[in-house]
Design a protein around this ligand. Structure first.
Ligand SMILES: [Zn+2]
Length: 493
């Protein structure tokens, strides 16, 4: 019996605007697609929050015993800068600014993305496909949509015909927009525009001579429109209809709306059963943006090299901070909030470290089975991690009372408590215990400081044999002493 057979999970579906009982297409299996990063700059902390929300969801599904195929793409073909679709390709623009090959930009920032996600203790997705690796699939979809009459070619570009599509389908059903309103709110097309209507979007764009990233196609040299890659890769790896599609709230319109239109035009059926959208991260009450300076990179938080926070924060603490909010709520990052999270995280880790050595009694003062059920109820209610964390702190309270001999726990309950708390904290929330590593490095500096003191005493007594022995043997262990005017410091290689 798998856990998922006992647990009834409810998910907020952006498509219906309601919480729905989750039922996968194939029992025991889940297909999940999440829109990945455009790799033209360092990964944004707000995007890390989105990906972390889906990492937690992926982890919970796995914990419940589902076999999950999790696809998260890398957008390396560059998409257009603005929705007007006459902007520049982000990756090509960056390549020009940095005098790099576009694929050099892609490589650099893909490595950065993976490094940061690894520091945050993400599980890798099952497949991480790239847009440039799926140009042929994208061209095939365009041919299909053209054949079915939902697209037209003008001047080497192909556009999706939104008005035609809306005659038989519903364009705007995900974002709750009506095509009539969209038309009323847009200005008229310029005479030279290739599009028939402002709502139409590019499936294929003709490459101007200066455009670096280009591929041959039946319509001439060009590049795919920015909504198409996700339709191509999700249907290729998950099928024409799959369980879950996720992404940031900002992708709901137009990106996800266009994905639905493309897939329905092509396959005649709705591509996704549950649409999930993660909310944004703000900093000090304001939107995070590079242009306003209200921005911080994940790496700058981990090292403390920034002007915004008073100290460095470990990735596990930042992860804990993000898990303290529900994924559909806006979360505000500030120095105070991170300090409070660090305190909470330390308290949780300290309690976990003591479970093993708790004294065992004949009775248990709190009902572990009820507590465990509360934890599952929280997660089953649209992955409510803040409620789960509140339950974890309820357990921490009891652990501390047992430690102080004010409450008792039986040996069996202790085992159950330890197993559950480990599963929720490490497997589901994906937190890492970095306290052990910190404690060991504190011990090491204590020992080396003691040896430096003994060496100083030996030198003061002109006992150079002993002082040299201490220095040489530390060097042999990879610990270098450096004598300066403020005393002796050390480094570990
Ligand atoms: Zn996408």
């Amino acid at each position: 019996m798998n856990l998922y057979q006992e647990q009834s999970l409810k998910i907020y579906n952006s498509l219906s605007g309601k919480k729905e009982i989750f039922e996968p297409i194939n029992e025991g299996h889940i297909g999940m697609y999440v829109c990945g990063p455009t790799v033209y700059s360092n990964v944004h902390l707000g995007n890390c929050r989105t990906f972390m929300s889906f990492d937690m969801i992926f982890r919970y599904f796995k914990h419940l015993g589902y076999k999950v195929r999790y696809v998260r793409n890398i957008t390396d073909a560059g998409h257009l800068v603005d929705d007007a679709e006459d902007g520049e390709d982000k990756i090509a623009k960056k390549a020009r600014l940095e005098k790099l090959e576009p694929m050099e930009v892609v490589q650099r920032y893909t490595v950065d993305f993976h490094t940061i996600l690894e520091q945050f203790n993400f599980l890798p997705p099952s497949i991480e496909p790239t847009a440039t690796g799926h140009i042929i699939e994208q061209i095939e979809i365009i041919k299909d949509i053209l054949e079915k009459g939902f697209a037209y070619e003008t001047n080497g570009s192909v556009y999706f015909d939104v008005n035609k599509f809306n005659e038989t389908h519903e364009y705007g059903k995900l974002s709750g927009r009506k095509l009539e309103d969209m038309i009323a709110n847009t200005r008229e097309l310029a005479a030279q525009d290739d599009k028939h209507s402002p709502q139409d979007f590019a499936l294929w764009k003709k490459a101007e001579p200066q455009h670096i990233m280009r591929w041959p196609s039946p319509w001439g040299d060009g590049f795919p429109g920015w909504h198409l890659e996700c339709t191509a890769m999700s249907t290729k790896y998950l099928g024409e209809t799959f369980d879950i599609h996720g992404g940031g709230m900002d992708l709901k319109f137009p990106h996800h709306e266009c994905e639905i239109a493309q897939a329905e035009a092509c396959n005649g059926q709705s591509p996704v059963n549950y649409w999930l959208h993660a909310n944004m991260l703000t900093m000090n009450g304001k939107k995070m943006a590079k242009s306003t300076g209200n921005n911080i990179l994940p790496g700058e938080i981990f090292t403390g090299e920034n002007d915004i926070l008073s100290k460095a924060f470990a990735p596990a603490v930042v992860r804990f901070f993000m898990m303290q909010a529900h994924y559909t709520s806006i979360l505000d990052l500030s120095n105070e909030a991170l300090i409070a999270s660090e305190k909470g995280y330390n308290k949780l880790m300290e309690a976990i470290a003591t479970i093993e050595n708790l004294p065992e009694g004949n009775t248990t003062n709190f009902n572990i089975t009820d507590w465990q059920k509360n934890c599952y109820d929280a997660m089953n209610d649209d992955f409510n991690t803040p409620i789960l964390i509140a339950q974890l702190f309820d357990a921490v309270k009891h652990i501390n009372l047992i430690k102080e001999a004010r409450e008792t726990i039986t040996a069996d309950d202790k085992k159950l408590l330890e197993k559950s708390i480990y599963a929720f904290v490490f497997d589901v929330l994906g937190l890492e215990n970095t306290q052990d590593a910190n404690a060991n490095s504190d011990k090491l500096s204590g020992v080396v400081s003691l040896l430096i003191e003994l060496r100083n005493e030996a030198r003061a007594n002109k006992d150079f044999a002993t002082s040299d022995k201490i220095r040489d043997q530390l060097t042999a262990l990879g610990i270098q002493l450096k004598d300066g005017k403020d005393g002796t410091s050390f480094s570990v290689s």
